[in-house]
Design a protein around this ligand. Structure first.
Ligand code: ADP
Ligand code: ASP
Ligand code: MG
Length: 434
């Protein structure tokens, strides 16, 4: 029988009512047999995420401090859900064991993973489904990649016609130690399960009616995308659109399994389909995403283009300081490197001194406080006038562009603007195309 994998994010399992809502979504379609869950997220804006509280407990325990207070909040959240749903599971004993593990020096990954573990145990019990221990099927290799065996294990252990519930966000390494993905990683678990069981669709249920053309926190009511390609979503996710984890694309795109982003609060909405290929009509632009906190090192040297190995030496300097860069836009006599502040840390001065010494530029300058904005769309590069429309919109809204980089994938135009202009710039681009 055809099967659908459903991943429910933190806000979709935040309390008893949310879980009742997802139950009706699951029961509405018999093909929804593989359920991947996150840890309970925020119930309202100023609430706390269980995962954040677990990381906090680990940190406190690590410093020999008391974890009573944050753990108490975790305990009550789960007990409330269990009581509300009237599950038979002895959740108190599981919580006691987790408390002991964290106090006893559990790794940060183990501590953080317990939110998803508890969430899945509760849901499996409530739905009468089969709980699958993620650590036994999701296997990491040494460098943090997913081991190929994972897909075989998933296919093998989830082969019956049951309803399965699998915790997101974690698996285990070659030594069977719990290991988590980066934050938001339950999306990756969902993608792996979808690939492993050969699902017809990977439904990713969240709190918005699909992938919106841009961050709803920046633009009021942006339009949801109907269809968008894997490549477009990967660029948008990488550039800061945090609806869907950027690494969750690969497992499903390789198998061409469509991803459907849906809203738990509005299950009647069709959401966004992420597919291999889409028809491009008026919607040249798929979406706009951005990231704050970048710096730019600008280098100018007359006849730089004739100097063999200039770029190599420049990148060599960055590499020797363990810095990876984001973009390197070039002109005839200029070269810039854009580096995230997280990478650059406090090494700007020392790196610039070395560049001066090794490459003797005519001019070198550092610009900080930049935000990068990516406008993404398949086929955009081949349409005349797209760039002009984008730059005119920015100009007319009074935004000064510091960097322009047409991504080498040709589905992306990146501009760098001052951080304080970020919101104005995103709004200007959005309204120029929508
Ligand atoms: P989940 O807990 O379900 O995994 P996330 O919080 O990770 O959900 O992602 C959904 C949130 O992403 C939305 O509530 C929204 O605020 C935010 N978001 C940012 N950019 C976008 C975008 N382009 N489209 C939709 N949502 C976006
Ligand atoms: N609970 C984890 C986090 O908050 C993973 C996830 O929700 O996807 O990052
Ligand atoms: Mg998420």
């Amino acid at each position: 029988m055809e099967a659908i994998v459903c991943k429910f994010g933190g806000s979709s399992v935040a309390d008893e009512n949310c879980i009742r809502r997802i139950e009706s979504i699951i029961r509405a379609d018999k093909r929804r047999r593989y359920i991947v869950v996150s840890a309970p997220g925020k119930r309202e804006a100023d609430d706390q995420k269980i995962t954040d509280l677990l990381y906090l407990c680990h940190e406190l325990a690590d410093q020999g401090l008391d974890i009573e207070e944050p753990f108490h909040i975790i305990r009550n959240r789960f007990l409330d859900i269990a009581r509300g749903l009237k599950v038979g599971l002895d959740i108190e004993s599981i919580l006691d064991e987790i408390y002991r593990q964290i106090k006893g020096g559990a790794s940060s990954d183990l501590a953080a993973s317990r939110g998803e573990y508890l969430s899945a145990r509760l849901l499996a019990d409530y739905l009468g489904g089969v709980f699958i221990e993620a650590a036994e099927v999701i296997k990491f290799q040494a460098e943090g990649r997913i081991a190929g065996i994972t897909y075989e294990l998933v296919a093998e252990q989830l082969s019956e016609e049951h309803l399965y519930v699998i915790p997101g966000f974690y698996g285990s390494d070659a030594n069977n130690k719990i290991r988590t993905f980066s934050r938001g990683g339950s999306d990756i678990t969902g993608a792996i399960v979808a690939r492993g069981v050969g699902a017809s669709v990977y439904e990713n249920w969240t709190d918005v009616s699909g992938f919106l053309m841009t961050d709803p926190g920046v633009v009021d009511n942006p339009r949801p995308m109907q269809a968008v390609t894997y490549r477009e979503i990967r660029e948008l996710s990488y550039m800061g659109a945090k609806v869907f984890h950027e690494e969750a694309i690969f497992p499903v795109s390789e198998a061409k399994i469509p991803i459907n982003i849906r809203n738990t609060h509005r299950p009647e909405d069709p959401g966004t389909m992420i597919v291999h290929k889409r028809e491009i009509k008026e919607d040249i632009i798929a979406g706009i995403a951005g990231k704050p906190d970048f710096s730019l090192i600008f280098i100018e040297k007359f006849l730089m283009n004739r100097e063999r190995g200039f770029g190599r030496r420049l990148f060599g300097i960055l590499e020797s300081h363990g810095i990876s860069f984001e973009h390197a836009p070039t002109g005839i006599d200029t070269m810039s490197v854009v580096i995230s502040d997280e990478e650059l840390q406090d090494k700007a001065e020392i790196v610039m001194d070395e560049i001066k010494r090794v490459l003797s530029p005519d001019r070198i300058e550092l610009f900080s406080g930049l935000a990068l904005i990516a406008t993404v769309g398949e086929g955009m590069a081949y349409r005349p006038g797209v760039a002009a429309r984008l730059f005119t919109a920015l100009y007319e809204s009074g935004v000064n562009i510091r960097i322009i980089d047409q991504g080498s994938s040709e589905i992306n135009i990146i501009v760098g603007v001052k951080s304080e202009d970020y919101s104005r710039a995103v709004n200007a681009i959005y309204h120029a195309f929508c």
